[in-house]
Design a protein around this ligand. Structure first.
Ligand code: FE
Ligand code: FE
Ligand code: ZN
Length: 277
């Protein structure tokens, strides 16, 4: 079975996200651990988290993919910026301990002129401070488009981060189809070669989740603008092939496509499930 869902608003709490996912015929979903534009978190409702856990078990959900706020910059130039990223990630991971066995995905960050090498070192330093041997969540680095000074636009950069993290057995990678396309990986015409490159550089065992998005821009544009599935330069056929590839087909797929209403995601899930075999 294809494990697929969309990003879901966490405003109504944990169980509500699970119920919402079921309405879309999803069996996984992505959610922000806190307001992506702010830093506030609500007090934890452990009973609510328990109810989501029970629902996810009963309805055979795949792993959920929590997302750190995209405003965090783990390799910012200012101490204060990195200190905030560290605090938020530490707190998020403590909270996710109550929803064991899922993923926590984050953007490696932007080096803002310090250079890729300095950025990679700062990201690794932060992870070396934040990861705990007893954490219940696998932390995923997301593949980035390379917009501005983003770190993580090549598999080599991600590998370099992982190499410098002592606790990298607690880590994996989330591949975003829009981002890798925008970064110059041709998943439309050469999916096998791209996955071979991933395997040689990082190892496919590290690949734990997919953000499934079409792209508003041609390959290599370095832009990062998501399009609905089938309405961008990657196209429905190529994205469906991603969901069916033997190396990927068992992973959780999370749509981060722009839609105004639930029907947009429900329709994408329906079409991708229909094409999956
Ligand atoms: Fe992301
Ligand atoms: Fe993404
Ligand atoms: Zn993106």
């Amino acid at each position: 079975m294809l494990h697929i869902g969309s990003h879901i608003s966490s405003a109504g709490g944990f169980e509500a996200m699970g119920r919402h996912a079921l309405l879309l015929h999803a069996d996984t979903f992505g959610f922000f651990t806190r307001n992506p534009r702010g830093s506030r978190v609500k007090a934890l409702d452990l009973e609510d988290m328990g109810r989501l856990q029970k629902l996810a078990r009963e309805r055979h959900f795949a792993q959920l993919v929590a997302h750190a706020p995209y405003t965090l910059n783990p390799c910012g130039a200012k101490d204060q910026v990195r200190e905030f990223a560290k605090m938020a990630m530490e707190e998020d991971l403590r909270r996710l301990d109550y929803l064991p066995g899922n993923y926590y995905n984050f953007h490696p960050g932007s080096h803002v002129g310090q250079g890729v090498e300095a950025g990679i070192q700062k990201i690794a330093d932060l992870l070396n401070q934040v990861l705990r041997e007893d954490q219940q969540t696998t932390v995923l680095l997301e593949t980035m488009a390379g917009k501005g000074s983003e770190v993580g636009k090549t598999f080599e950069e991600l590998r370099e981060i992982l190499d410098r993290v002592h606790g990298n057995h607690l880590m994996g990678v989330c591949l975003d189809t829009c981002h890798v396309w925008d970064a110059g990986y041709d998943i439309v015409n050469h999916l096998d070669q791209v996955l071979d490159a991933f395997d040689r550089t990082i190892g496919l065992a590290r690949l734990r989740a997919i953000h499934l998005n079409d792209s508003k821009n041609p390959m290599g544009s370095g832009k990062d603008r998501h399009a609905p599935i089938g309405e961008g330069y990657i196209g429905f056929e190529a994205l469906s092939r991603v969901t069916r590839h033997p190396a990927l087909r068992d992973l959780p797929f999370v749509l981060e496509t722009p839609h105004q209403e639930d029907q947009g995601w429900a329709e994408e899930i329906r079409r991708l499930r229909e094409a999956w075999h």
